[in-house]
Design a protein around this ligand. Structure first.
Ligand code: SAM
Length: 271
């Protein structure tokens, strides 16, 4: 049995990534400091608000595909963010009501609103763990996770818009490996990640504005993001700008260039 990390109080005096993202998504769970930081970045990166929505839309398409086509029934979503309907478990359980979902985030505000993530279908189950991705073993051994997921069966590990907050110095690649290693064949890694490949100047200015106010991070190239998938089978269409990942023909295609969006998405299977 492991102890949970101490939960710090919610600090509204400085911006937090979960609340800044909530602001871009037109959510209501953010404060003045978050709005100021979010607007500062949005002035430099006008595509960021639509980009946040397209990032959520990728999460929905990937989750639907995993539940409907790949038959996945267990999901571990790290860096969940403040609940935003539909949440991942609602998407998975709309396809397969017996889906089990564990959410994890290290921001106390996400914990505060986590009740909205626990509205499971009767056949399925959801749980929330206040956890830091930099402590993967603690998360994998937490009682909430162990009571919800069977790690002997495939799990879709989603790290959506999370890994650009983890620098190489903090061991980003090793952390992903330590999360994937205990999962069996047939598990999946789902991720999105900001990139400067299409507009290096824009993303340099975005990084400066974001990292000087919100949190540290690292923008990565296609090759660097693809390294997270090493040893896995990357599904078609590969690592692409997120609205290009298996677009839903029944939905209108967004009016945004790759440079304006600048977020890669990919899904890979553990052989
Ligand atoms: C941009 S939001 C993405 C939310 C959601 N995954 C999505 O894509 O819609 C990033 C989330 O990662 C969380 N996060 C950042 N660093 C983390 C860490 N070290 N451990 C766990 N969560 C973290 C933040 O609190 C925030 O909720």
């Amino acid at each position: 049995m492991t102890s949970q990390p101490p939960i710090p109080p919610i600090d509204t005096s400085r911006p937090h990534s979960a609340r800044v993202y909530d602001y871009w998504l037109n959510g209501k769970n953010n404060y003045e400091a978050d709005a100021v930081a979010a607007e500062r970045v949005a002035r430099i990166w006008p595509g960021v608000k639509l980009g946040a929505q397209l990032n959520r839309a990728f999460m929905r398409r990937a989750t639907r595909w995993l539940a409907a086509e790949a038959g996945v029934r267990q999901f571990l979503d790290i860096g969940t963010g403040i609940p935003t309907e539909p949440n991942l478990h609602q998407v998975a359980q709309s396809v397969a009501p017996d889906s089990r979902v564990v959410y994890a985030d290290n921001d106390p505000i996400v914990l505060q609103y986590a009740q909205a993530l626990l509205t499971s279908s009767l056949e399925g189950r959801t749980a929330y763990v206040h956890a830091d991705v930099t402590e993967p073993e603690q998360l994998l051994e937490s009682p909430e996770l162990r009571e919800t997921l069977d790690l002997g069966r495939p799990v879709a590990l989603s790290m959506i818009a999370l890994l650009h907050f983890l620098t190489d110095e903090r061991g980003a690649y090793d952390l992903v490996r330590r999360l994937l290693d205990p999962l069996p064949s047939g598990s999946y890694l789902v991720l999105t990640h900001a990139t400067a490949d299409f507009d290096p100047d824009l993303l340099t200015r975005v990084s400066e504005a974001y990292q000087s106010t919100v949190t540290e991070g690292q923008i990565r190239s296609n090759t660097e993001v693809a390294r997270f998938f090493e040893g896995l089978e990357l599904l078609d269409p590969g690592l692409v700008v997120c609205h290009r990942w298996r677009p839903d023909p029944s939905e209108p295609q967004p009016d945004i260039t790759d440079a304006e969006l600048s977020v890669y998405a990919g899904v890979a299977r553990k052989p």
